[in-house]
Design a binder for this molecule. Sequence first.
Ligand code: PRP
Ligand code: URA
Length: 215
Amino acid sequence: MHNVMNDDLVLVMDHPLITHKLTQIRKQETGTNEFRKIVNEIAGLMVYEITRDLELEEIEIDTPVEKTKAGQLAGEKLVVCPILRAGLGMVDGILQLMPSARIGHIGLYRDEETLQPVEYFAKFPSKLDERLVIVVDPMLATGGSAIAAIDLVKKRGVKNIKFVCLVAAPEGVRALRKAHSDVPIITAGLDEKLNDKGYIVPGLGDAGDRIFGTK
Ligand code: PRP
Ligand code: URA
């Protein structure tokens, strides 16, 4: 993991396994089945970093040998909030390691002309403001969708939010940092730029279409 943007709240997880898997999904010839599987695998590998600072509490337990004190996760279960549709592709991979996590849904699509996010759905678990909320979306391009999603979560009083993506453009990272300077960004890769259609370059194309086999 390193910090290319010289910003403590932007983590690029350049672990060899993650980089290798990201390369597989960047390839044009990777089909829907493989793409979907690898998106979940990368999301799963990112869980260690996402959960690094979760709070623990000490409990007393009996091992087969003796009584001891040991740590377990404390507080309310965290919430994974995929930005629909493409964010859904990361949820199963995260749940494999955190099966008790709650799930929120944020329905946003990016208008193809204006590139502005359009909201169409939002549904969250109870006590949202007491939980860590992980907003997930494979792509951070202009940053408009991530900013709007985090606006929605903050409107519900949430203080502890992280944004997790697979591929980020520098433009999106800058915009998100500016709009929500308290929200850490964790990404598997940081690409070069956006093209004139707002696609990440080199990127991986349209993540939603590749996960769901549309287009
Ligand atoms: C894609 C992607 C992000 C958004 C990123 O979703 O999954 O949500 O675009 O772009 P931005 O940073 O410029 O906002 P899209 O709107 O294509 O919807 P989909 O997930 O339904 O395919
Ligand atoms: N959304 C995508 O799915 N891909 C991009 O490159 C940009 C936005």
